[in-house]
Ligand binder design. Structure first.
Ligand code: PLP
Length: 448
């Protein structure tokens, strides 16, 4: 039986719902990231419920969940403390006032206490919004126009940054001098003049750019560890180089911590790697599964917002659902030892998967930081997008996803995404996953 036959047999109710959804929702799903084109073939699962580290689809199939909603469910599904805090706050105060309130201050104070580079913070609705605000703020603050971003990183869908994510290297030119390529239609090509796109983890091209154009650069925006091309960690000294050069030329350094924030350390990648940016964008983990994002930074970097000279606005900014979720999530994350435990668990899973893949004859390795990692099917280490495009075996990865999903383990079907381990996954989840992985990899090895 092929994967597709088996999948259709197990998920008939999802198929019916997908057909129904496709009549009233374009593509049958609420985000392009959930479409067939983005790996969810032959149709996405429709979910009945999530609880802790598990989700169940509408046909009653249960999965150990490493998709985690694409990252937000850092505390697992329906964490009782956060869920109760949000429900209580709605019951006690309401949802949205268009005016400030004390819980907002509490939530902000807790984020400031947690993240080293954040002295002040504004809450907003999505990572894309937070990035849009940060980029424009950097331009406003410096009076400069150019923004540096890196191939293979994703910073949301706004025109200013929706460029050169998983770009075709043929279109993008040489790796040491890439051309910006819009990530989709509708982005004005004139904006390419406002961007410099570079290859990540390549100190020479960055140093050269700064020497040539450093005084024109408003901001350098980077994921501090790249989780939008599988998982790629910074080479030793690379983040420090970005920090030193931006400081030298008066550009702002923006860490887009939408994925890394609160993920493997409470203070995010900036705490973990010990490099402090001027501005930070947060989302996903920030609200423990509720929709909230934030832009934060040093008091100096946030000055134009504070003085009202830069308009950071939004009807739903800092609404009660967001602030209750942030405040409660920050409390849960402050529990001593919670990250050590989760990182150890994730490392056991990652190392187990790597061992099983190698034992079954695959060229594979794992890169990650415990609570988020990727199993790379690749014959060479991947250091940036150009390596990923050249050496990763995407078809093999998707086969691996398929075999695992049939065995009750869910993660994203594409090699350039990753696996998330929540702070509530258990040893039993990891054992079950490794058992499934042994069977899945042996099955793939037999039919290669
Ligand atoms: C690093 C990064 N920045 C920004 C975004 C955009 O966030 P959102 O989907 O909440 O708009 C994402 C989304 O995956 C992301 O991974």
């Amino acid at each position: 039986m092929t994967f597709e036959d088996d999948y259709r047999r197990r998920t008939a109710t999802s198929a019916q719902l997908f057909e129904r959804a496709s009549r009233s929702i374009p593509g049958g799903v609420g985000s392009t990231a959930r479409t067939i084109k983005h790996g969810w073939a032959p149709y996405p699962l429709f979910i009945a419920e999530g609880q802790g580290s598990r989700i169940t689809d509408v046909d009653g199939n249960e999965y150990v969940d490493y998709l985690l909603g694409l990252g937000p469910m850092i505390l697992g599904h329906r964490h009782p403390v956060v869920t109760k805090a949000v429900a209580d706050a709605i019951g006690e105060y309401g949802t949205c006032f268009g005016l400030p309130y004390e819980l907002e201050v509490q939530a902000a104070e807790k984020v400031v206490a947690a993240v080293p580079g954040i002295e002040q913070v504004r809450f907003t609705n999505s990572g894309s919004e937070a990035v849009g605000a940060a980029v424009r703020l950097a331009r406003a603050t410096t009076g400069r126009r150019l923004v540096v971003r890196f191939e293979g990183h994703y910073h949301g869908w706004q025109d200013t940054v929706y460029w050169s994510n998983h770009v075709d290297p043929e279109l993008a030119g040489p790796a040491d001098h890439p051309r910006p390529v819009a990530a989709g239609p509708g982005v004005p090509h004139e904006l390419s003049d406002t961007l410099v796109v570079l290859t990540w983890n390549d100190p020479e091209s960055f140093t050269r750019l700064m020497a040539e154009r450093g005084e024109e650069i408003a901001a350098v925006i980077t994921e501090a560890a790249v989780f939008n091309t599988g998982c790629i960690l910074p080479e030793p000294g690379y983040l420090e180089l970005l920090r030193a050069e931006t400081k030298k030329y008066g550009a702002l350094l923006i860490f887009d911590e939408v994925i890394t924030g609160f993920r493997f350390a409470r203070g995010g990648a900036q705490e973990y790697f010990g490099v402090t940016p001027d501005l930070t964008t947060l989302a996903k983990g920030l609200g423990g599964g509720f929709p909230v994002a934030a832009i934060g930074g040093s008091t100096e970097a946030m000055r134009m917002i504070a003085e009202g000279r830069y308009s950071h606005s939004g009807t739903y900014n800092a609404n009660v659902v967001q602030c209750a979720a942030v405040s409660a999530t920050m409390d849960v994350l402050a529990e001593p030892g919670i990250y050590d435990r989760a990182r150890k668990l994730g490392d056991r899973l990652a190392e187990g998967l790597r061992g099983l893949a190698v034992d079954n004859g695959f060229d594979a390795y794992v890169e990650g930081l415990g609570t988020v990692f990727q199993l790379w099917f690749a014959s060479r280490p991947i250091k940036n997008w150009r390596d990923a495009a050249a050496y990763a075996d995407e078809a093999l990865f998707t086969r691996w996803y398929q075999e695992m999903s049939l065995r009750g383990v869910l993660f994203h079907p594409l090699q350039f995404e990753n696996l998330f381990v929540s702070l509530v996954h258990t040893d039993a989840d990891i054992d079950q996953t490794l058992n499934a992985a042994g069977d899945a990899l042996a099955a793939i090895a037999r039919t290669r």
